[in-house]
Design a protein around this ligand. Structure first.
Ligand code: X8Z
Ligand code: ZN
Length: 641
């Protein structure tokens, strides 16, 4: 917790719900004893042992007297549940962090064992029975209700009634993650011997190369992992759906969208609404970009943009297109550690505490040297290992603008973890108001840290090399929300929806992916990609963060709502030239949302914090000056795909 902010927020509990203060302490002695026994059992559990076949074996005994469901007993159950959950989560999360930072068979075995221990508890029939008993009570506090709902969703990932499915799911996920993270990308440029390349090198080459044959080789090398992941993904599709459906959800997709209190079809309708809102601007951008790139590569203008023309292997952002905006140049001489320190300084300038010492000692932040003897997951992530002060990040930072932004993003997760790690927030609710809130915090600070007045203040940009306003906004649209939404709401979310909700058959995986890329993004592959490829599986989240990609889409529109509120109502500045740096009122405002964790309904929090419902209107307003400029540039061209 940021102490300076905590003091202010306690005097001024902007969004704190009075119901948080009403937790009963009845039954604590009894619960502590039960919790003690459970925790001792699980903490003596040997992670290298093969998991027990009966997932229920260590859960609270089914023979124990049925708790009559008084509110006090509900509270005693929840306290017991939370203590055990926290201890088991810490072991599982610690094992996963180790496995991500150093991919070895022993670390994978530890992930499987500790995940099974966690699953055996949260999905035990004893826990599920209690949740069933309490789920429909109408006399619980909001915080109790929300814990029961969160615990129910946890159980649906590991229901004890399907022990073989759960065991298989956990081991398949662990093994497939390893295949993804440890994959050795090989690049054979035209006329050259194949060589190993890192994901960072692939990203750089896709921005810098001007040769289409070379670009195609780079793009294809980034997709070669897909077929290797396909069988595992087919298995996960089935296993994940089985667990979710066992607990009454329409599919695994339905289970994941339940975090928002929505059903699958409602989430899809929301995505379609966001796509429709952004499409007029996106189509103008798409048209401008295809003309720009056709001229750059000296080829005819296509209807859809070939994927290998763009500076990102999934076309989720399109960097390196706007001339005169080279943000990497600002950071060429920076030490990678400086990027993290500058990110921390940003949050501290708002009043948040310095990062805890263990963040620095336990995180794994930088790109591995080429002679490294270990391999690690290079996709950035932030970890709340003990659901308390043990916070870590796993990154492969090098000094460029993309990592500068990603570092701010990950620190947003870290500061969120720290803000809600307080006694009033039970461990099971130490999560975002919804998952999009979690993604939005750091991305909001990313947006704040790419505002020109801030970059000038910290001397990353001087007044004479400041790009003009339209170039800057154009670059933001290409590397931020505008290009991103059709990918996130369209291609990714629709594909994962079909995968789980409609049991997409394996012989349609790739075809469906490219159908959506054409429909939503106006993108096509360089050559026909039949079902011998599995291009969706190359996107990390499809394997290890499944059916949740709409989180990023929603966070993108929400962060603009927060940004507009902060700029106008707190800073009284222009949304496109706002400077949060050093403003404690902004920090206090953010903290009043973060410290709640998931103890309040997200849409109420949103309404109270911004005065608005979820809407893409603020984002569209931010980018509005581009529309007129693009229409002028595109005059006489065919817009659309
Ligand atoms: O996965 C991430 C973060 C980790 S939480 C780096 N992002 C999405 C992606 O890379 O696809 C950030 C924005 C989109
Ligand atoms: Zn994130």
């Amino acid at each position: 917790m940021a102490h300076s902010l905590e003091a202010m927020a306690t005097e001024n509990p902007t969004l704190e719900n009075a119901s948080m203060q009403t937790r009963t302490v009845a039954g604590i002695g009894m619960s502590l004893l039960a919790v003690g026994l459970l925790v001792i059992f699980y903490l003596t559990y040997d992670p290298n042992e093969v998991a027990k076949p009966e997932p229920d074996s260590a859960a609270p005994s089914a023979d124990a007297p049925v708790m009559p469901g008084t509110p006090e007993e509900v509270q005693a159950f929840l306290e017991q549940y939370n203590a055990t959950y926290k201890a088991l989560w810490a072991r599982a999360e610690g094992a996963k962090f180790n496995a991500g930072a150093d991919i070895t068979p022993a670390h994978t075995r530890a992930v499987i064992a500790t995940d099974r221990a966690l699953g055996n508890f949260v999905g035990s029939t004893a826990v599920i029975d209690k949740l069933k008993l309490y789920r429909d009570r109408i006399d619980l506090t909001e915080v109790q209700d929300r814990q029961i709902e969160a615990a129910w969703q946890e159980a649906a990932h590991y229901p004890a009634t399907l022990p073989a499915v759960v065991n298989r799911l956990i081991s398949t996920e662990a093994v497939l993650n390893d295949s993804l993270y440890a994959y050795n990308f090989r690049l054979a440029l035209p006329g050259q011997e194949p060589r190993t390349v890192t994901p960072n090198e692939i990203a750089d080459l896709l921005v810098s190369s001007r040769d289409l044959a070379e670009r195609q080789a780079i793009w294809e090398s980034s997709k070669a992992i897909g077929p290797k992941l396909k069988d595992g993904l087919v298995e996960l599709q089935d296993l994940r759906n089985q667990t979710a459906r066992e607990m009454g959800y329409s599919s695994f997709f339905g289970l994941e969208v339940a975090d928002y209190g929505l059903k699958s079809a409602e989430m899809i309708a929301l995505m379609d609404e966001l796509i429709a809102g952004i499409m007029p601007l996106y189509q103008q951008l798409h048209c401008w970009v295809k003309h720009k790139l056709a001229a750059r590569y000296e080829v005819p203008v296509p209807e859809r943009i070939p994927a290998h023309w763009l500076g990102n292997r999934w076309a989720q952002e399109w960097p390196g297109i706007v001339e005169g905006v080279n943000l990497d140049a600002m950071l060429t001489d920076a030490d990678p550690k400086w990027l993290v320190e500058q990110g921390e300084r940003f949050y501290m300038s708002l009043g948040f505490d310095p990062l805890p010492a263990n963040f620095w000692s336990r995180s794994d932040l930088y790109e591995l040297p080429s002679n490294a003897t270990r391999s690690k997951n290079t996709h950035a992530s932030a970890w709340h290992v003990d659901l308390d002060q043990d916070v870590r990040a796993l990154m492969s930072i090098k000094s460029d603008f993309s990592w500068f932004q990603t570092t701010h993003h990950e620190l947003g997760h870290i500061y969120y973890y720290l803000a809600y790690s307080r006694d009033e927030v039970p461990p099971i609710l130490r999560r975002g108001a919804n998952r999009a809130f979690h993604e939005g915090v750091g991305s909001l600070i990313e947006l704040a840290a790419s505002q020109v007045p801030y970059l000038q203040q910290v001397e990353l940009m001087s007044a004479d090399d400041t790009p003009d306003e339209i170039s800057w906004l154009l670059n933001q649209a290409l590397t931020g929300g505008v290009v991103y939404l059709p990918f996130a709401c369209g291609t990714m979310t629709h594909w994962e929806h079909d995968l789980y909700e409609n049991d997409l058959p394996r012989h349609q995986y790739n075809t469906r992916w490219w159908q959506y890329a054409a429909q939503y993004q106006g993108i096509e592959p360089p050559t026909t990609r039949d079902e011998s490829f599995c291009d969706p599986a190359t996107k990390t989240h499809i394997i290890d963060d499944p059916a949740q990609y709409y989180d990023y889409a929603l966070s993108t529109v929400m962060l603009h709502q927060f940004h507009r509120y902060i700029s106008r109502d707190i800073l009284k500045q222009d949304v496109r030239a706002a400077n949060y740096y050093g403003n404690k009122s902004v920090g206090m405002y953010l903290d009043s949302v973060l410290r709640l964790g998931a103890t309040r309904d997200w849409s109420q929090v949103m309404r109270e914090a911004t005065g608005e419902e979820l809407s893409s209107e603020a984002m569209l307003e931010y980018f509005a000056p581009l529309q007129a400029w693009l229409e002028e540039q595109n005059a006489g061209r065919v817009v659309g795909f």
